[in-house]
Design a protein around this ligand. Structure first.
Ligand code: CP
Length: 309
């Protein structure tokens, strides 16, 4: 737990509830700004931010860049596939070279768990974690919780949030668990035993291997993608079998006699963890999550730059 103002956003672990609430209140203001004809403020006009993506991304990368530009920051984008990392340069050397060009903040996605924490100890810059391997994805958890809060008119406390799928390889799941629990929600994870980390109950979450039973318990279902790119073994016999047991479809939803809020961090694999009909249904807030991501990232960048988080 931190005991004051934070310099970096490396994960949800270590944040305090009042810091998350401060991000949400600031994001409320930026959400209003983003609905106005002029969507920009010069709040970060003297700040230069480098977005370093060592792994593929659509939503997080575009969302951070839009958030930075709407705050008036100067932005440079770096992709490992077209950089001198391919020639053998270390992460620290790469980042120190970028910082020597008078860059103030680093937003980084990296496949190695702990890469952002490591970098924060070795370079002189503020670091924001945009997803580090199977570890954390803090701004995704913040935008997910912000979306739940807004849907339920401002409160998450007491809500039952079910996270379904590949919990073992998911940074979104871990950050969501930390964030939702800080805000007073109950969390259950559901999936095949092979995709649920051993001892996850120690984090205070419930565990189910039966999606239909778990859905009866839940107010919210956050459906996760199978992270095939992080799997070095087969964790279930086939995608069809996975989908039959753990995919969210209309048949399953129609068996529930209640409204369920449907979420997904993206990218979606339609027909695997979620059917198209459910993803595009009235109860799905998948695109609202993406929309909220810009306001949340503006809030994080703004508060960190002001050293006010
Ligand atoms: N939710 C998420 O992190 O998506 P991207 O990988 O496209 O950034």
């Amino acid at each position: 737990m931190n005991s004051g103002v934070i310099k970096h956003l490396l994960g949800i672990k270590g944040l305090q509830t009042h810091q998350i609430e401060s991000i949400f209140e600031t994001a409320d203001n930026f959400s209003e700004l983003l609905k106005a004809p002029v969507k920009k403020t010069p709040a970060l006009r003297d700040i230069t931010i480098a977005n370093l993506f060592f792994e593929n991304s659509t939503r997080t990368r575009v969302s951070f860049e839009l958030a930075e530009k709407r705050l008036g920051a100067d932005v440079v984008n770096f992709s490992s596939s077209s950089s001198s990392v391919k020639k053998g340069e270390t992460l620290i050397d790469t980042v120190n070279n970028i910082l020597s060009m008078k860059v103030d903040m680093i937003v980084m996605r990296h496949p190695a768990p702990g890469a952002c924490q490591f970098l924060s100890k070795h370079v002189d810059s503020q670091i924001i974690n945009a997803g580090d391997g199977t570890h954390e994805h803090p701004t995704q958890a913040l935008l997910d919780a912000f979306s739940i809060r807004n849907h339920f008119n401002g409160s998450i406390a007491g809500k039952k949030v079910l996270i379904v799928g590949d919990i073992k390889h998911s940074r979104v799941a871990l950050s969501n668990i930390y964030c939702l629990q800080l805000l007073g929600a109950e969390v259950m994870v559901c999936g095949p035993a092979t995709l649920i980390p051993k001892h996850i109950e120690k984090l205070g979450v419930k565990v189910s291997h039966n999606l239909d039973e778990a859905l009866k318990w839940a107010d919210v279902a956050n459906m996760l993608r199978i992270q095939l790119e992080r799997q070095d073994a087969r964790f279930f016999p086939s995608l069809k079998e996975y989908s039959n047991l753990y995919g969210l479809n209309m048949e399953r939803l129609n068996r529930l006699d209640k409204e369920l809020l449907i979420m997904h961090p993206g990218p979606i694999n339609r027909g695997v963890e979620i059917s198209s009909e459910v993803a595009d249904s009235a109860n799905s807030i998948i695109l609202q999550q993406v929309e909220n991501g810009v306001a949340i990232r503006m809030a994080v960048l703004f508060l960190l730059a002001q050293r006010n988080l």
